[in-house]
Ligand binder design. Structure first.
Ligand SMILES: [Zn+2]
Ligand SMILES: [Zn+2]
Length: 294
């Protein structure tokens, strides 16, 4: 396993165990409740009192803890201190690697797959929801209900990188999907259904299309999303290009069949959010496609 995959697999469970479910910050002097939930010592004050038995109610499992049930968890406290020290190192390992950009490929939008509600620019780089339904040819590969469009080329091996400018849009879905995903009817966006995507809703809620969805902590100033697909490793990673920070990585992405870049702009007419595929930075540094080990 490479250091990047190791950091991805380590960081999510470590962050989950070190956070207080009440205040969302690192656990401060953690205490154990009767239900085995751990919260900060000071967050005890936020629990609802049950005067009848002089107990406190856990808001997550509805179990009442009496005074004697609440015990300090020093081991967890020590673990949290170690995780606090480790987190900047994990973030550094997960930071976007400039070498990824040499795998940048020219991605364009495939109009033959575009939902008729979508407007595609003549250079095949920009897409947004239009006011008027387009009268494009009826094709089996065209999405009829999903407000989305696929990108070209399709990928069946190697490493590939592309960037998408999401502008000021308050809602979008970006990532990859299997070439075989159904084009008729509404789709369930999950890896089981062949979608590996990161989404924004309402201008502030970011999530990954895991099942159940994973809420993501992303800087709201995000404007350019870097997408790195490594079919040899079975990973797809999303980065905040401006500051190089890691957004999310899906592991176990199947390379059994071709994958396509996936774009779904906001469906709200008032949003007018445009998704733009960024041009390859410099022809000298971009190659395509590159296979693992090269
Ligand atoms: Zn609990
Ligand atoms: Zn707390």
């Amino acid at each position: 396993m490479c250091i990047f995959s190791l950091a991805v697999n380590m960081s999510e469970p470590l962050i989950a165990v070190s956070r207080c479910p009440i205040c969302s910050a690192y656990l401060e002097k953690p205490v154990h409740l009767k239900c085995e939930c751990s919260i900060c010592l000071d967050c005890i004050n936020a629990l609802q009192k049950v005067p009848r038995v002089e107990g406190l109610l856990c808001p997550f499992c509805w179990v009442i803890s009496l005074k004697n049930d609440i015990r300090p968890n020093r081991q967890l406290g020590q673990l949290v201190s170690s995780i606090k020290e480790l987190e900047p190192h994990l973030k550094a390992v997960l930071q976007m690697n400039p070498r990824m950009q040499k795998f940048q490929v020219e991605v364009t939008l495939d109009v033959d797959t575009a939902n008729n509600r979508l407007l595609i620019s003549n250079d095949l780089r920009r897409v947004r929801r239009g006011h008027i339904r387009q009268n494009r040819q009826l094709l089996p590969q065209r999405f009829d209900a999903g407000i989305c469009v696929l990108g070209s080329p399709r990928f069946s091996s190697g490493r590939h990188y592309w960037e998408v400018d999401v502008g000021k849009s308050t809602a979008w879905d970006l990532g990859v999907c299997r070439e075989s995903v159904p084009r008729q009817g509404l789709m369930e966006m999950s890896p089981e259904s062949g979608f590996w995507t990161v989404s924004l809703r309402g201008g502030h809620y970011f999530f990954a299309s895991t099942k159940p969805p994973t809420a993501l902590c992303v800087d709201l100033k995000l404007q350019v999303v870097g997408i790195f697909l490594d079919m040899g490793m079975g990973n797809i990673s999303f980065f905040h290009v401006e500051d190089g920070s890691h957004i999310f990585t899906f592991t176990g992405v199947s390379a059994e069949e071709p994958l396509c870049p996936f774009f779904s702009p906001s469906n709200h007419l008032l949003d007018q959010g445009v998704l733009s595929v960024c041009p390859v930075m410099s022809p000298a540094t971009a190659r395509s496609p590159v296979h693992p080990g090269e």
